[in-house]
Design a protein around this ligand. Sequence first.
Ligand code: COI
Length: 332
Amino acid sequence: MKIIAYGVRKDEEPYFKQWEAAHPEVEVKEVANLLDDSTIDDAKDFDGVVAFQQKPYTASILDKLSSFGVKALSLRNVGVDNVDADALNKNHIKLSNVPAYSPSAIAEFAVTEMMRLLRNTKRYEDKGRHGNLTWAPEIAEEMNQQTVGVYATGRIGRQVVKIVQGFGAKVIAYDPYPNPELKKEGIYVDTPAELYAKSDILTLHAPALKENDHMINDDTIAQMKPGIKIINCARGSLIDTDALIRGLDSGKIAGAALDVYEDEVGIFNVDFGSFDKIPDARLKNLMERDNVLVSPHIAFYTKVAVKNMVEISMTANANLIENGKSDVEVKI
Ligand code: COI
């Protein structure tokens, strides 16, 4: 059995080596390039492909993989929104993801960003760089006084609920499919509008489904509590960036933490050498604000998560090739 892994980073290499040592019967090739039309020929003669990227897995890529005899595509991440479903199914390529590499990695980061917004850390760091070590006027708010609204209570959202409850905050949540255990706690509100109206901090943990596209827009921002803080460690497409900027300009939104951005592909995880060279005016507008925290999709990026991403995706790929089944197979 032969598996090719695309987009392998230095920090992943030890985990690939560990997996290979435990599976000597599988021939593994690792390449640093991402999977696209220019690199796809490397997959000739392989039975499976393991990849990690935000670039699209297009029909042309999937048609070609199928013509090479590739039976399975295993993503080392959660999101499968960049896979062309029609082409995947037409070519009978099995797909898997890593649904839970570390819900804590994302949840802990989301809460970190909430705390940073509440304690105005960006403003203090900016002031400090200019030699200003004064307290005022950035007097902070305390987490235990907040109502935190959690949009979607999958694995990550549920972990956020737990952590934030530990701070003594009031937690409310909305999910079209409430979790039975959390339901017993009585934290669910009935509608997104109610969540928006009651939350001091709103944290998004919904997937990038079509119906969630730009769920945060002018209309939903109008329903929010004045002074709300919005955290997005989920998917960039959930927020209409122009509407967010309008909400920040008007003061309706008091702060935002964005670990994802709708135009992040080709921008995040790239070193442009200087702030001026970042080729996205809207993103720079956000980054320059002292009440907006922008990070380049790093919530997932922990040692535990990266190890799990490699191990789970490689095992899934081998299983899908060998017996057409894996507990992390995804049908789209
Ligand atoms: C995911 O697992 O889907 C993520 O958001 C990680 C990302 C860098 C691809």
